[in-house]
Design a binder for this molecule. Sequence first.
Ligand code: HPA
Length: 273
Amino acid sequence: MEISYQHIEETANFIKANGIDQAEVGIILGTGLGGLVNELSIIKEMDYAGIPNFPVSTVESHQGKLIYAQLEGKKVLAMQGRFHYYEGYNMQQITLPVRVMKLLGIKYLLISNAAGAVNLNYKKGTLMLLDDHINLLPENPLTGKNLTEFGPRFPDMSQPYSKRMNDLMLAAAKEEGVVLHKGVYTAVPGPNLETRAEYRFISHIGGDAVGMSTVPEVIVANHMQLPCAAVSVLTDECNPDNLHPVSLQEILDVAAKAEKGLIKLFRSVIKQL
Ligand code: HPA
């Protein structure tokens, strides 16, 4: 389905009409990272299934809900469950919620994801702040007619992650005693995990972590000049010379354990924005 500006506006107006009209910070919760929801003072929840033009999440480990809530004195709009390329959506569909959240008023976007650690100095269960990324996805959300209402044809990507938000995140990590690496996230289509040769390749081209999300969302955020920051929970160690099979369950278990640190960081940054 081709998404036009009118579709995005229609979706935003529908959500506004449901009382979600003062969002300040958007949050995308990644695989196994829905725990932040338990800390929210929820104002209003909407199932994705009831929102016009929203894709419906097909991954069992992701719930599909938009949650409007208060956190650290701010009105936040949290996506519990995101959309991935491997689910069969096109890039415009995957990124529609980010554009909708911008029309709903968000001034900042915080993103989380689960990713494999390609940099072997980064241990599983730790967090990595995205400093930059490499896009190995086969499509781009900005392909096609440029939506000039949102931004220019050729958006700049010299600083895809907000320096201010990243500085806040690093300071919070120090203060809270949370291990937070900094690195380059490499986006791949999935859904299979990578081969040994692919992990080696990703390491050679400069990737510190690898995952199946985030980059499309960051591209549209940059197109709209929406400041964003993203944190990966490193769920497995991708050592091509000693690679073990990993299951989704292991990934979810590690994500659940590392989530506490992530929540501390997000709370601290939201408070200071
Ligand atoms: N590769 C891609 N995506 C992932 C991985 C991985 O090793 N771990 C968690 N998500």
